[in-house]
Design a protein around this ligand. Structure first.
Ligand SMILES: [Zn+2]
Length: 670
């Protein structure tokens, strides 16, 4: 493609992708499928790679995040980022209203907004481009988290319309409940400790050092206050509507109230309606709308006098702690769970609460039979938030985290820097064995239909299945002898086990259930290591060289392959014919070193293979692909419609020019 044409095409793709991003993430009404979106994105990335001269940090392709680790820089806020004064009572809200009326009279309106339970952010736009994102910090200065914020899809990098030359817009970054549950499920699958609540998860995500990891977290935002020397209007509400027209995400629940009674109605409505929202809120914010009046009212040392936060009472209950159970997961992680005297909370009966890990127990200073406060947050299981020490029974003893596995008696281990305790006895600790089997057969792993947790439990207790390879020894006749299993379902299970032999290598790797090797990591590993033999032979350095693999994951992989039991298991799985190598491996082994040390440029249209296929051939024969012709280029593979300037440049530099057929001949594919 010629340079000018490429430039136009790149710009067009960027515009389209920005548009669809907005439709999807801001308006929640996508017009194209995810697949089409990904396709356009790949096309853009390919073009950008081919024409690096058109690189643009604001391109939608840059939203996948950077791998660079960054220390955050401190930035002084242009306008101090104060927090609001809080109230929990309607009387105090009435007092606030009376003070405002006394200062500025009766002729004004309020804007009521929801108070999101996330982390505050200040976004600065210059000439319509996002240039900075800063956390609240201490109110005077905060952390520059621009790189991470750029990965949040609902925050536009570029605006459209009549925006001022420079302005700041503040808002909240939060994790919707579904995203929070997904994130914690992912963490648990990888054997990591879950986040305590969506707020921590959002704040923690923003402070990640690696923005490509931030990009994977489904963070969202609502923006709620504009600051500028050149505000579009002197109404706070009108400014929000303006911001919305430029592409910024404004809450649809923001409401103008013409009297304090309407404000009361708003907060009473949301105190109950909040449970239907897909994200957590902890109250409402009430602001005087007119900005002249805001300025007249001014600030105290800590907060503005023209706004107040009304906080909903946390859904909390008091009850007795009866005992603490310890659950052992498939990776051996031990999770403490509190058994409580049943109590009513937010419309449900609560009998259990999560305690997460030993630090949470010691942090609470929990004793046996303590009276505790329980709160329901975004999680399914509520949590213990405090202990009523005055109500503690006499001589009650503090709760100490167990030292031995409750299931198999093995002494527990705790890796330095990790919150969770582990049972190291993976070979014979029952919940670990059953958990590994359940993970192995799950839909996203080996997808063995008909087998569920109950059947696995039966097979294990009857001594039929103890290890993963045992599944492949099963016979229908053995299954029929189990309770609840008929002839037909027994045969279905056997067929389904047989079919799992076709499951491809990356999924088999995931199914093995190596700690910290979730789906994404398994894919990355499988792409770099073509077979289980290559992976098990990899050194720590080789593992860490793979994108997204750090010390922790590498350590876990090395430990897995050092275990004699695991070595034996893998040999057995091999003998049953599981896909423990990628299918691509055969084509790679066919390749040669003919192009070793050679640099090639592919340009134009070809009749027999696509450009991507030709590029792949270059790589499998040891050569290197580049986008533009330089003095270092060895061959230019020229197709039809190639730009004359590239051809001319190649001739000038003395680069050998090959046709498609000549190239195929060279690598011996002809
Ligand atoms: Zn154990």
């Amino acid at each position: 493609m010629e340079k000018e044409a490429a430039k136009i095409h790149i710009e067009q793709l960027r515009e389209e992708l920005n548009y669809h991003n907005h439709k999807y993430y801001v308006e929640n009404s996508p017009e194209i499928s995810d697949q089409e979106f990904d396709h356009k994105m790949r096309e853009l990335m390919n073009l950008e790679k081919q024409f690096p001269e058109f690189e643009d940090p604001d391109s939608p392709s840059m939203r996948v995040g950077s791998d660079l680790n960054k220390e955050f820089e401190q930035v002084v806020h242009k306008y101090p980022m104060l927090s609001l004064s809080n109230t929990y009572s309607e009387e105090e809200l009435q007092d606030f209203h009376n003070r405002v009326v006394k200062a500025v009279g009766n002729d004004f309106r309020y804007v009521c907004e929801l108070k999101y339970d996330g982390t505050a952010i200040g976004l600065t736009y210059q000439n319509g481009k996002l240039i900075r994102a800063v956390t609240r910090g201490d109110g005077t200065q905060g952390d520059d988290v621009t790189q991470n914020v750029r990965t949040i899809r609902s925050i536009p990098l570029k605006l459209t319309g009549d925006y001022p030359g420079e302005f700041e817009i503040r808002g909240e970054i939060f994790l919707p409940l579904k995203g929070f549950q997904w994130l914690n499920a992912e963490k648990e699958k990888a054997g990591e400790a879950p986040f305590a609540n969506p707020r921590n998860a959002a704040a923690g995500s923003l402070k990640l050092q690696n923005s490509s990891l931030v990009a994977k977290r489904p963070l969202d935002t609502y923006l709620y206050y504009m600051l500028s020397e050149e505000l579009p209007t002197m109404s706070h509400y009108e400014n929000l509507l303006k911001a919305k027209s430029w592409g910024l995400k404004i809450s649809p629940h923001t409401q103008v109230c013409n009297s304090i009674d309407e404000v009361f109605e708003f907060i009473r409505h949301w105190d109950t309606a909040r449970h239907e929202l897909p994200f957590e809120i902890d109250g409402a914010v009430i602001k005087v709308d007119n900005i002249h009046l805001q300025q007249e009212l001014g600030f105290t040392a800590k907060s503005p006098r023209w706004a107040i936060a009304y906080k909903f009472k946390a859904e909390e209950a008091r009850t007795r702690l009866l005992s603490v159970d310890y659950q052992v997961g498939r990776t051996g992680a031990v999770t403490p769970v509190a058994n409580l005297e049943p109590v009513q909370l937010a419309g449900t009966t609560v009998k259990r609460a999560s305690l997460h890990n030993a630090d949470v127990i010691s942090g609470l200073g929990l004793h046996c039979n303590d009276l505790v406060t329980v709160e329901k947050g975004g999680e399914i299981i509520p949590k213990i938030t405090g202990v009523v020490k005055e109500e503690r029974p006499e001589k009650s003893l503090p709760i100490h985290f167990i030292k031995e596995c409750p299931e198999c008696g093995a002494p527990l281990m705790r890796v330095e820097g990790e919150a969770a305790h582990y049972c190291p006895n993976s070979a014979s600790c029952p919940p670990q064995i059953k958990g590994k089997l359940e993970h192995f057969i799950s839909r996203r792993a080996m997808n063995i239909d008909g087998l569920g947790a109950e059947t696995i439990n039966l097979l294990y207790t009857k001594g039929l299945v103890n290890t993963l390879p045992d599944l492949y020894k099963l016979k229908a006749s053995q299954l029929i002898t189990l309770e609840r299993l008929g002839d037909k379902s027994a045969r279905n299970i056997i067929t389904s086990i047989k079919n799992s032999l076709e499951v491809p290598w990356p999924r088999v790797l995931y199914a093995l259930g190596i700690r910290f090797v979730g789906e994404t990591v398994a894919k990355k590993l499988a792409a770099s290591f073509a077979s289980i033999d290559k992976l098990s032979g990899a050194t720590e350095e080789e593992l860490i060289a793979v994108d997204e693999i750090g010390n922790k994951i590498a350590g876990s992989i090395l430990a897995f392959f050092t275990s004699e039991a695991n070595k034996k298991m893998i040999e057995e799985l091999k003998s049953y014919g599981l896909q423990l190598a990628g299918k691509e491996e055969t084509s790679i082994s066919k390749a040669s070193n003919i192009l070793e040390g050679k640099t090639l440029v592919i340009s134009g249209k070809f009749s027999r293979y696509s450009r991507d296929q030709l590029k792949e051939m270059i790589e499998t024969h040891g050569g290197k692909n580049t986008g533009s012709v330089t003095g270092k280029t060895d061959y230019l593979v020229a197709g039809e419609n190639m730009g004359p300037s590239k051809l001319e440049k190649a001739e000038k530099q003395g680069v050998k020019i090959l046709s498609e057929n000549q190239f195929l001949e060279l690598i011996g594919e002809e």
